[in-house]
Design a protein around this ligand. Structure first.
Ligand SMILES: O=P(O)(O)OC[C@H]1O[C@H](OP(=O)(O)OP(=O)(O)O)[C@H](O)[C@@H]1O
Ligand SMILES: O=c1cc[nH]c(=O)[nH]1
Ligand SMILES: [Mg+2]
Length: 211
């Protein structure tokens, strides 16, 4: 099983230029995040289980295949919201389970602030959505929560990950698969990804970024 998939595609390269560029406005940033999410999402779903399904076409009966697993989308608020619609377009029947989390600015440790997961009804496969995987602390917390909920298989979809974040999540959760459009080499002293793209949540929602 491949644990970390770096999606390589000319369109990934092209749209990464847009999201990295500090001159990109918020609406163009959202559009590029959406396009990148589709490219990552197609790869992250390419081996989902399917089963046979007979379909009556206008001409005759056809032997088709349909998804046989229950897939849930788990965006990490806020920035993960930018990846929901493109993934819903690929998986129109998927439930969306929101988890709210922000990083403490001094410690970069994640702080949970929204979690309404019910007791039961965990999906077979959860696709965790967050454009940025920096220290890996937020994803670590979310994976633990989803495991305690009873999700069988967890896949993390990010646009930009740091090498340190990937190493941390892979070490802590060898069964969790990661799908990313870019792996950046380092973190700065505020635990922002370098070169990265800045604060994804602020750029998606046009809220002022701290210098
Ligand atoms: O890997 P980590 O070090 O945990 O960092 C990544 C997290 O930080 C960002 O969220 P942020 O705290 O900026 O919240 P926001 O999405 O509301 O802007 C980002 O969207 C991830 O959730
Ligand atoms: O580089 C980073 C790190 C965390 N969150 C972001 O939005 N960007
Ligand atoms: Mg943010």
């Amino acid at each position: 099983m491949k644990r970390v998939s770096l999606i390589t595609h000319p369109l990934v390269d092209h749209h990464l230029c847009t999201v990295r560029d500090q001159a990109t406005c918020s609406s163009e940033f959202r559009a590029a995040i959406s396009r990148l999410s589709v490219l990552v999402g197609v790869h992250a779903t390419e081996d989902l289980a399917t089963g046979p399904k007979k379909i009556q076409t206008p001409i005759c009966e056809a032997d088709c295949r349909a998804l046989s697993v229950n897939v849930g989308l788990v965006p990490i608020l806020r920035a993960g919201l930018g990846m929901v619609e493109p993934l819903q377009n690929l998986l129109p029947d998927a439930a969306v389970w929101h988890l709210g989390m922000y990083r403490n600015e001094e410690t970069a440790e994640p702080v949970g602030y929204y979690d309404k997961l019910p007791q039961k009804g965990a999906p077979n496969v959860a696709l965790v959505l967050d454009p940025m995987l920096a220290t890996g602390g937020s994803v670590d917390m979310v994976v633990r929560r989803l495991q305690s909920w009873g999700v069988d298989e967890i896949r993390v979809l990010s646009i930009i990950a740091s090498q340190a974040g990937i190493d941390r999540v892979s070490k802590d959760f060898p069964d969790v698969r990661l799908y990313v459009a870019a792996i950046d080499p380092s973190l700065n002293d505020q635990s922002f990804i370098v070169p990265g793209l800045g604060d994804a949540g602020d750029r998606i929602f046009a809220t002022p970024q701290k210098p």
